[in-house]
Ligand binder design. Structure first.
Ligand SMILES: O=C(O)CCC(=O)C(=O)O
Ligand SMILES: [Fe+2]
Length: 199
């Protein structure tokens, strides 16, 4: 476990072995059969990451803005969070409440995520737990102010990241993925799961 400079930001390198990664991927595929990935739109245009979710809430963005919703854009309730993923929360999050959202981010080779804060949740005392699967990603971590200096970390398949404490409100993003760096998906790409308490 690596405790980095920004308080509460932890990386657990290789937290999931290959078998555990494959089990989670199987469960995510099942979720995606019921709740297909969509490309969120923002007022500035489509995002490069495609998204879906499991749990009581999913985070969506469209031309009306971004928010948590109880339903997939197709109108159906989000599928439940699979047990294999809930188990990761129990193992790493150190939080009494259960996660209400598992956001599913799919990064094709040219996808990225701009610097942002996770701030649509009501209780910042609950952490954000993130699981990286597939191709490596260059994860940039800053501070509570957008102008604070940042430090980048390569996240590899099976890594778990925890944002707690000060880091819970810190700016972060994904600058790029490294295509072909993992064999987890035959088609390549990166899957990122983030677990959050929303209410
Ligand atoms: O893909 C990642 O590693 C980070 C995702 C993220 O920051 C988010 O979904 O809010
Ligand atoms: Fe985020």
């Amino acid at each position: 476990m690596t405790e980095l400079k920004i308080k509460g930001f932890r990386i657990f390198p290789g937290a999931l072995d290959r078998a555990a990664q494959l089990a989670v991927v199987d469960d995510v595929r099942e979720v995606l059969r019921a709740a297909p990935l969509v490309r969120p739109r923002t007022r500035r245009g489509p995002m490069s990451v495609r998204m879906s979710a499991a749990g009581d809430f999913g985070w969506i963005s469209d031309t009306r803005g971004y928010r948590y919703e109880k339903h997939h854009p197709d109108g159906q309730a989000w599928p439940p969070i699979p047990a294999s993923i809930l188990a990761l929360w129990d193992r790493f999050a150190d939080c009494e409440r259960a996660p209400e959202c598992c956001l599913i981010n799919w990064y094709a080779e040219d996808a990225r995520m701009g610097l942002h804060q996770d701030k649509d949740e009501q209780d910042y005392d609950c952490p954000v737990l993130s699981v990286s699967l597939g191709d490596d990603a260059l994860f940039r971590m800053g501070g509570e102010d957008r102008k604070d200096s940042t430090k980048s970390h390569w996240l590899t398949s099976g890594d778990v990241v925890l944002l707690t404490g000060t880091s819970r409100r810190a700016f972060h993003g994904v600058d790029r993925v490294r295509p072909g760096s993992s064999t987890l998906f035959s088609e390549g790409g990166r899957l990122n799961l983030t677990l959050r308490v929303v209410t």
